[in-house]
Design a protein around this ligand. Structure first.
Ligand SMILES: C[S@@+](CC[C@H](N)C(=O)[O-])C[C@H]1O[C@@H](n2cnc3c(N)ncnc32)[C@H](O)[C@@H]1O
Length: 213
């Protein structure tokens, strides 16, 4: 065998080993998150999104390749785990905000157990204040805290949302949704957003994607 051929074979072997390692790492994380989600499927008691809505958020992030995500209303972290799992595929990170200390602490434990802690910056804060202070930019937002503030969260984040980014909000189909309906009517009228509603569990997730600045 010539020296050149031996070098090429050695390089190919290194590339194959590296690719195999990456695949092994990915499937190990996928397995860990899936196992966590399946094990705790019936355990979520803190106003967490139902499974099907978590799946919708995950698929949306993967489909659009979002990378800079913000969640308002962590609770104990069910939706965060779904979003972070998607971000593990797109190479992104999630910032999530919760005002309640015990839910925040439980969420942090859940992120460790699910294997997604390194992908999440979990903030214990009042989102009314923190959302105004965050510099962004974001390309994905999931709004799931106090419905009466949905419109204000949107107004605060619109300048920080990139074109091509999507602002999503939970419970927009809930009757007596305490401000979610007002928010939905507002975003539907914006000429530079395209808004659709995913029915999912029946609670409704609005998806408003920014077409231009
Ligand atoms: C519907 S739950 C979120 C569920 C979570 N997204 C999930 O699926 O696991 C709403 C959460 O928003 C939190 N929240 C309400 N007002 C808030 C505020 N001003 N700042 C931060 N969090 C707030 C509540 O404490 C509650 O845990």
């Amino acid at each position: 065998m010539t020296r050149r051929r031996a070098t090429l074979l050695a390089l190919a072997a290194v590339a194959v080993t590296a690719a195999a390692t990456v695949l092994a790492d990915e499937s190990a994380l996928d397995q860990k998150v899936r196992t966590f989600l399946e094990k705790h499927r019936g355990d979520w008691r803190d106003m967490n999104v139902p499974w099907v809505d978590g799946q919708i958020l995950h698929d949306l992030v993967v489909k659009n390749g979002h990378k800079r995500a913000l969640e308002i209303g962590t609770s104990t972290g069910h939706s965060s785990v779904w979003i972070a799992w998607a971000l593990s595929r797109t190479g992104g990170k999630l910032t999530t905000i919760e005002i309640d200390p015990s839910r925040h602490a439980q969420a942090v434990r859940n992120f460790e157990q699910a294997g997604v802690a390194a992908l999440i910056d979990a903030k214990l804060a009042d989102a009314h204040e923190l959302v105004k202070q965050l510099s962004g930019p974001f390309d994905f937002v999931f709004s799931d805290a106090d419905k009466g503030w949905y419109l204000q969260y949107f107004k605060d984040l619109d300048p920080k949302l990139e074109a091509g980014g999507c602002f999503t909000a939970h419970n927009v189909l809930r009757s007596g949704g305490g401000g979610a309906a007002e928010f939905l009517e507002y975003v539907k009228r914006l000429p530079n957003y395209r808004t659709t509603v995913e029915t999912g569990s029946g609670e409704g997730i609005s998806v408003s994607c920014k077409t231009s600045r």
